[in-house]
Write a protein that binds this ligand. Structure first.
Ligand code: 2IT
Length: 445
């Protein structure tokens, strides 16, 4: 039998100075421990001991030359967390704050998220402490070339398939793919998030944001409610925020905020037009994060140094970074009457924030369910690459929608509480965990 406190104390001792990994693990372990203790097969297989350890971690040096001909050195990693249900799959994050602990948390979460998609994908994550912010395209290309010169040894279309994440979009995937191809002379689905002309999938850029809204739509139905007419706050301005703003608007909601590291924009008219969405794409493409410019151009208000969670809304959607919504933010949202929280950035809410929402009986959709649409369409990109075909936008979008409905249903099935309410966080953790655990048991050690 597992004891939660004892198990977590040992895990912390074995993974010192990795608070994000411990945070992610403690939530999942708390959710699944009763399921594990009630299942003799899981106990015999020591499943908890085994599932919290990554299969392999590769750490490497990335040397590149900046535009002043100075040599720069960064660290690169790939965490191959679990491949029980399919090849390792998960994004690459380029951000100055990235540590091995960050990538372990993300790879661990990814394992259960990918399981929830119902597609055959294991969990992995990688990246670097390199920040594309303020770098020229040439510098980014040289960095990506150097990064892939090592990474190519460890990945492959049936082994490990990286994609984008924070700081890695179409441009970076292009440079990485180009270098892989130069070395291996192979056009395969070794990366996802590729450009449409060279093996990418329609709807992949939109998928994370679209999927989050499809999930939200199902969750709201549980309360006899609908997206139409809702006020929504979104954080971030990148790929995820962009997709979410478009789909929320299409569904008849009004998105009143977007944000960046320097502050947030309050747009009472709504982030609701092609022009505004294209401005977001431009900010992402140039790494400018010029939200003050957005406010000026579109007659909105910019609040420097602040986050958007003080704005009264019905639905809050963190779409930027882990732990971006704190206890104080949660209290402000509850005070202002928030009805639903759709955590769209990986682990966007702190545990204290989640506790505040729980106390106030505000449903929280956890990121591993709500943002699984991105990796789900990555899985569909892999399918298209394998059959050397490209599907229509409609076909991909319909599949994405079905996947998100299924994920929601799995969360409800596993998350139903005695009082009839649904704990979506617990439901997602148990549903994601069971498939990985069963596969590990079936395959022995
Ligand atoms: O966090 C995520 O799910 C992603 N960054 C997407 C990963 C992927 O393989 O598409």
């Amino acid at each position: 039998m597992y004891n939660y406190k004892k198990f977590m104390a040992e895990l912390e001792q074995k993974n010192p100075a990795q608070p994000e990994f411990i945070q992610a693990a403690s939530e999942i372990v708390a959710s699944v421990i009763d399921t594990v203790n009630a299942n003799p097969m899981y106990l015999k297989n020591k499943i908890l001991d085994r599932i919290v350890v990554p299969n392999r971690i590769v750490e490497f040096k990335v040397e590149w030359e900046d535009d002043n001909h100075e040599i720069q050195v960064n660290r690169g990693w790939r965490v191959q967390f679990n491949n029980a249900i399919g090849p390792y799959k998960g994004g690459l994050r380029f951000h100055s704050n990235v540590t091995l602990g960050t990538l372990k948390f993300l790879g661990f979460e990814q394992t259960f998220k990918n399981s929830l998609t119902t597609l055959p994908m294991g969990g992995g994550k990688g990246g670097s402490d390199f920040s594309p912010k303020g770098k020229s395209d040439d510098e980014i290309m040289r960095f990506c070339r150097s990064f892939m010169t090592e990474l190519f040894k460890h990945i492959g279309p049936s082994t490990d398939v990286p994609a984008g994440d924070v700081g890695v979009g179409g441009r970076e995937i292009g440079f990485l793919y180009g270098q892989y191809k130069r070395i291996r002379d192979e056009n395969t689905g070794v990366l996802t998030g590729k450009g449409l002309e060279w093996g990418g999938s329609l709807i992949r850029p939109e998928a994370t944001g679209f999927g989050a809204l499809y999930y939200a739509q199902e969750l709201l139905k549980d309360f006899g409610d609908r997206i139409e007419g809702k006020r929504v706050s979104i954080s971030g301005y990148g790929n995820v925020a962009w997709g979410a703003a478009m789909k929320a608007t299409q569904m008849g909601a009004k998105v009143v905020t977007i944000s960046g590291s320097k502050g947030y924009v309050l747009d009472e008219d709504g982030v609701n037009s092609e022009e505004k969405w294209n401005y977001m794409l431009m900010m992402r493409a140039t790494n400018s994060g010029d939200l003050a410019g957005y406010a000026k151009k579109f007659g909105a208000k910019f609040f420097p140094g602040e986050r958007p969670w003080g704005v009264p809304v019905d639905i809050a959607m963190p779409c930027a970074y882990q732990n971006e919504l704190s206890e104080a933010d949660a209290k402000a949202l509850v005070k202002n009457g928030v009805k639903y929280v759709i955590e769209t950035s990986n682990m966007g809410c702190t545990p204290e924030a989640v506790a505040v929402f729980k106390e106030a009986k505000i449903p929280v959709a956890p990121s591993k369910a709500a943002n699984a649409g991105g990796v789900a369409v990555s899985g569909l990109e892999m399918s298209q690459n394998s059959e050397h075909l490209a599907w229509s936008a409609e076909e991909v979008d319909n599949k994405l929608h079905d996947i998100m409905v299924n994920i929601h249903n799995a969360c409800v099935r596993e998350g139903k509480q005695k009082d009839g309410s649904v704990d979506y966080i617990k439901g997602a953790n148990i549903a994601g965990f069971k498939k990985v655990a069963d596969a590990m048991c079936a395959q022995g050690y």
